[in-house]
Design a protein around this ligand. Structure first.
Ligand SMILES: Nc1ncnc2c1ncn2[C@@H]1O[C@H](COP(=O)(O)OP(=O)(O)OP(=O)(O)O)[C@@H](O)[C@H]1O
Length: 259
């Protein structure tokens, strides 16, 4: 059975149909990529799933619960986590403290109690860091980390609440090919280990083709194709929307050299 079931989802801004009655499913343990040219409706779709934007029409069900109309915090409590294009951590706190904050928040404690709760679930936080290969750096300030490592910490923060579904908005933006591959391989490992579902947007086709189990393609708000990466690569409608956009499905020479 699907974990996430989106049906007839729509959102307009003035006369623009940003998302035009799209439907798709996502199962536990699956990595689904949401791709499309600029302005296709990817962010709008994401923001409706996590409650930042209210849909005009349709339905978004997580494990049978309707998410439309719920505030972001309630959706997060039901098990929808999110990572951002630009990693969001507190640079002045250490790596482990950032994860402890996430555990505090998952336990429904107020952030104002942080000073009293500095020892809160440290072992659990270190265990989460271990899952993303960052336990050794637990006591370093986040501000001192390389960007790829900050993204790993962000992943540990995102899984602290044990999400059923993790939304990742361009997870590899700003990363070199090697770091990108490491982050996505780690994500894939977490998806399998925790039977978590991931919906991610991505501009790097190399990442999408290497790591997505399935893809959906949006263009001007409409879902124009859905399938496994190889099916999508050869899909005539997908070729058409990407033709001339400057993006191709072939590995760029520079990526090949660095990979
Ligand atoms: N708050 C808003 N007000 C008005 N129009 C908006 C708003 N948000 C998005 N749009 C419009 O909706 C359409 C879809 O935008 P969206 O940001 O969802 O696309 P996207 O696929 O995420 O694009 P990108 O890859 O460039 O981030 C675009 O035409 C955009 O201009």
């Amino acid at each position: 059975m699907s974990l996430l079931k989106v049906s007839g989802l729509g959102k307009s801004f003035g006369g623009v149909k940003a998302v035009d009655e799209i439907s798709f499913d996502l199962a536990a343990g699956e990595l689904l990529a949401l791709i499309g040219p600029n302005g296709a409706g990817k962010s709008t779709t994401f923001n409706m799933v996590n409650g930042q934007l209210r849909a005009d029409r349709g339905s978004i069900k997580l494990d049978g619960h309707e998410l439309i109309g719920l505030p972001p915090r309630s959706i997060w409590k039901l098990g929808v986590g999110r990572t951002f294009q630009i990693a969001e951590t507190f640079g002045s706190l250490t790596v482990v403290e950032n994860v402890q904050m996430a555990l505090l928040s998952a336990d429904g404690k107020l952030l104002a109690t942080w000073r009293k709760a500095a020892g809160h679930k440290r072992d659990e936080a270190v265990e989460l860091l271990d899952k993303v290969g960052m336990a050794q750096q637990a006591d370093r300030p986040c501000a001192d980390l390389a960007y790829g490592d900050v993204k790993r910490v962000e992943l540990a923060i995102a899984i602290a609440n044990n999400p059923k579904l993790l939304l990742m908005d361009e997870p590899t933006a700003g990363m070199a090919p090697k770091e990108r591959n490491e982050l996505m391989a780690l994500t894939k490992k977490l998806v399998v280990e925790r039977s978590m579902a991931v919906l991610f947007t991505e501009h790097s086709m190399d990442v999408v083709f290497a790591y997505a189990d399935r893809m959906i393609v949006l263009a001007r708000g409409r879902l124009i194709a859905e399938g496994k990466p190889l099916e999508i690569r050869d899909h005539p409608k997908v070729q058409e929307v990407y033709f001339g956009s400057g993006k191709t499905f072939e590995k760029k020479a520079a990526d090949k050299e660095l990979a």
